[in-house]
Design a protein around this ligand. Sequence first.
Ligand code: GYE
Length: 369
Amino acid sequence: MLRKKLAVLLATAMVAAVAAGCGGADNTSAPAADAPATEDAAPAEDAAPAEDAAADDGEAAAPAASGDVITVGYAQVGHESDWRTANTQNYQDVFCEANGYELSLIDCDNDNAAQLEAVRNFITQQLDYIVIAPIETAGWDTVLQEAQDAGIPVIIADREIAADASMYDAWVGTNTKNEGITAGNWLAEYLDGKEAKILVIEGSVGASATLGRSEGFNEVAKEHSEWEILDSQSGDFTQDGGQEVMESFIKSYEGQFNVVVCHNDNEAYGAMDAMDAAGIKYGVDGDVIIISFDATHDGLQYTLDGKINCNVECNPIQAAVVAEVIQKMQNGEDYEATTLVNDEAFVAPGIESQHATTMTEEILAGRAY
Ligand code: GYE
C-alpha cells in the first residue's frame, strides 16, 4: 500500500459545518477539497499547527469506488464529555450507509480492557478498517500486532498512543500540547507579570489529551517565577469529576488561589458549580480566572458570558478526515500518515489577546456542537 508522510492542517471553524449522509438533507456532497500539506512533517506530538491552516469543509468523503460497503469499527473512548458526544455523532453522520459505510461504534466507557476487547472483536469480525480513539497512551502493542497480522489497517484518532508509528497506519487528531501552550501564553499575557496561584483539574489519567495539555501549560509556567501551581488532580474529563475535585481544592486552598485550569469544558461546569456553592466569584468580574479546553457550544456560551475567561478549542469534528484517509487507502492512493486538525482559542468579551479570538454572538451561533 502506498504511503506518504504528510501532515494536513485543517482550519477549525469550517470543519464544524459537517453535512454528511445518514438522514441528512444533502447526501451528495463533494469530496473534501484538497488541503495544502507539508511534506515530511514531524510526528503529531511535535507538529505545530500552521498559522494559516488550510480549509477543509468537513463534508463526507465519497462512497467506496467499488460500490461495496466499507466496514469500519470505531473503538470510542466513552461518553464522558460534550466533546465526546459530538465526536460520536460526527462519526455516525460521516460513516453512514448513504456514504457507503457500515459503522460498528463501541462506547468503551473509559475502560481500557473493554477497549482492547472491542478492537479484538473488530479483528475477529474481519472489518475492513479499525479506528481507535485510545483511552490511554500505553498498552497497545499486542493488539496492534494482531490487527497487522490480520491485515486490517488501523487509524489512531483523537488521542495519541505510545506505540511506534510502524504499528499503525495513520493518525488523525489535535495537538493537545500546543493547546496547553496557548492556555499558558494567554495567561501570561492577561496577568502581565502579576502573581498566579494555580489549581489544575486534569483530564483522565494516562490520556494523551491530559498529558499534552499539562506538558504544554507547564512548559509556559516554568518560565514564570511569579506563578505557582498549588495542586493538580484528575477530574476524569467529567462534570462530576470537576465538581468533586474543585470542592476538595476549595477545602484545602480557599482564599489562596486565583486561577483554575480545567482540562475540558465539562470539568469547568463542575468547578463553577462548586465555586458558586462556596460563594467564590470567578470569570472576568471575579477573583478567579478560569481557563478551559474544548470550546464546545456551552463552553463558549460561558466564555461569551464572561464566566470562563479563556477557552482553548479542541475540534471533535474529525470523521471526514478519517474517511478521506480510508478512501485513499481503499483506492491504493497516497494518504496522510499524520493529519492534524487545527484549533484556535477564544476569550471573554472585553479581553483582547494576540493568542485568542474575542467571543461574539456570531461565533457562538456558528458552533453546532
Ligand atoms: O478534550 C475531552 C474528552 O481526547 C481531546 O477527551 C479529547 C478529550 C476532550 O473527553 O473533553
